[in-house]
Design a protein around this ligand. Structure first.
Ligand code: FMN
Ligand code: SF4
Length: 484
């Protein structure tokens, strides 16, 4: 059988023989070194994770506001009735726990006992992370072998993992981030560090960890960054801990120079975008079809996420509206200044501010074109939007469930007084909860945020997907193991 753990995968190497991809020990078991990247909301789930584990790798379900199955096996998408934002936030935590436990059970049932491993993915910067992890792991720690956690610096993830005896797998995009995490807290829970996931911030789908010192336009090669990461890990006595390479991984044949390379050491590979396109994947047929036809340049980095992080998504209508919207803004001052001396009354009845005379002309033109509502941004600019968009912004903020620890769009802040961020909410951003829930449950792939990795165009070039072929997870795992 293909996925027995004794299997050693052979890939031809430059025509001069064969080399091996060997099974690797991770989260307490010998597994194939191939991992399903966790994808929220409700994109990688119990079914996909269970199947990746069943066929010998690691499956990762998303523990971010996951759907749950009711007693009749029906999938339920959480909905919220709380009157205040805080009440809805508390409801959200309860549902997230229920959803995470539900997906863990599904994954466990599918995977069976003797196969690969099941991981759960969470975002450190989601709202209520600690409570959600506690809630899920206290009930399902025997079903979950590891927790992967990125988006921010998850200082406490080791401590939480230790409480339940599960492995933790921090996701980092730089050596500096890992050093900081290790020195501050991970060194205390060395024994449960399952792997370090290096996620290439210029290639991976979803949120990207490009730091202030780095440029979104100047990608750095992953090899030297991962080599440095391994050196630092060696210095910390972590030579035996695998590094998982994530971002842009397609054919393992292209990673020959990394495999069995002492500079890199123990290695596994994570597949985010590639694992979206399987029969078991719960995304809509429209999303699957979109993936198969992507071309180079159709996926790009943007900075609109309410988390404040960069993210990588398909350049669709949703992104282009954010892009054009962000161009429709002008600088203002509350006091008259030398170059800002044209008086402008916000929305004809609000406060007086001052614009430059050129911007005043521009503002009048936008108003004439239907972008009648001026909204203040945290950068001392006025953004001009239609009345419809203005109502949508108010409605989305009014339905906020506090899904992030801090949200630039609504101004929600979990840990600040009155749960309010100390800067103005930003109308140039959006409610990520709303759009990711929508697209995960069959919503438009044009008018919602569609995260994807930068190499997703390879679906259209890879003969495996010819004639819109969509493999099962078993077929995908088998294919990956051929090296292609
Ligand atoms: C649709 C989508 C959603 C994602 N959501 C998450 C997430 O919730 N948490 C996370 O840590 N990574 C998330 N990722 C990143 C993947 O887990 C993975 O690391 C990344 O996609 C790897 O790059 P690749 O797409 O080039 O394979 C997401 C990626 C995609 C494409
Ligand atoms: S407004 Fe922000 S915090 Fe509130 S639900 Fe939407 S994304 Fe989450």
């Amino acid at each position: 059988m293909l996925c027995s753990f004794d299997k050693i995968v052979r890939i031809s190497q430059k025509g001069d023989g064969l080399f091996k991809i060997e099974k690797i020990s991770m989260s307490g078991k010998e597994i194939l070194p191939i991992i399903e990247g966790g994808k929220g909301i409700a994109v990688s789930n119990g079914v996909t994770a269970g199947n990746w584990a069943k066929f010998g790798g690691i499956g990762t379900f998303s523990g971010v506001n996951a759907d749950y199955q009711d007693e009749n096996g029906k999938t339920v998408i959480p909905s919220y009735t709380g009157k205040t934002r805080l009440e809805r936030h508390m409801e959200m935590i309860k549902f997230a726990i229920k959803g995470g436990i539900s997906q863990a059970k599904i994954a466990h049932d599918i995977a069976g006992h003797n196969n690969g491993r099941v991981h759960m993915n969470v975002l450190w910067e989601m709202g209520g992370t600690g409570e959600i992890l506690d809630g899920i792991l206290s009930k399902a720690k025997n079903l979950i072998h590891g927790v992967t956690c990125g988006a921010g610096l998850p200082y406490k993830i080791g401590e939480i993992a230790a409480k339940y005896g599960v492995f933790y797998h921090p996701i980092v995009s730089s050596v500096r981030a890992f050093q900081a995490l290790y020195k501050r807290s991970f060194h205390k829970v060395k024994e449960l560090l399952g792997s370090v996931v290096y996620e290439d911030p210029w290639l991976a789908g979803g949120h990207n960890g490009i730091s202030k010192a780095e440029s979104p336009d100047i990608p750095e090669e992953p090899y030297s960054r991962v080599k440095k990461l391994r050196k630092v890990m060696r210095d910390f006595g972590l030579d035996h801990i695998p590094i998982t390479m994530a971002g842009g991984v397609w054919w393992l044949n292209e990673w020959k120079d990394w495999i069995n390379n002492l500079e890199i050491g123990k290695l596994a590979f994570q597949f985010g975008s590639r694992s979206l396109l399987t029969k078991e994947s719960p995304i809509s047929n429209a999303w699957k079809r979109l993936l198969v036809h992507l071309k180079p340049g159709d996926v790009a980095l943007n900075k609109f996420s309410p988390t404040g992080f960069y993210s990588s998504a398909v350049n669709n209508n949703f992104i282009s509206e954010l892009e054009t919207g962000s161009k429709r803004q002008v600088k203002f001052s509350s006091l008259e200044e030398r170059d800002l001396d044209a008086e402008f009354v916000i929305n004809d009845r609000g406060s007086k501010v001052y614009l430059s005379s050129n911007d005043m002309e521009q503002a009048k033109k936008w108003i004439g074109d239907g972008y009648k509502v001026a909204l203040k941004t945290p950068d001392n600019t006025l953004a001009f939007v239609t009345e419809q968009r203005s109502k949508e912004i108010s409605r989305d903020r009014g339905q906020c469930i506090g899904c992030l620890s801090a949200c630039r769009f609504s101004g929600w802040a979990q840990n600040l007084q009155n749960n309010i961020l100390d800067i103005l909410p930003d109308p140039r951003s959006f409610c990520i909860q709303k759009t990711l829930q929508a697209v995960a449950h069959g919503g438009s792939v044009e008018n919602n945020l569609v995260f994807a990795g930068h190499k997703s165009f390879r679906f259209s070039e890879d003969p495996f997907y010819l004639n819109e072929f969509i493999p099962t997870i078993k077929q995908l795992v088998e294919r990956i193991l051929t090296g292609f």
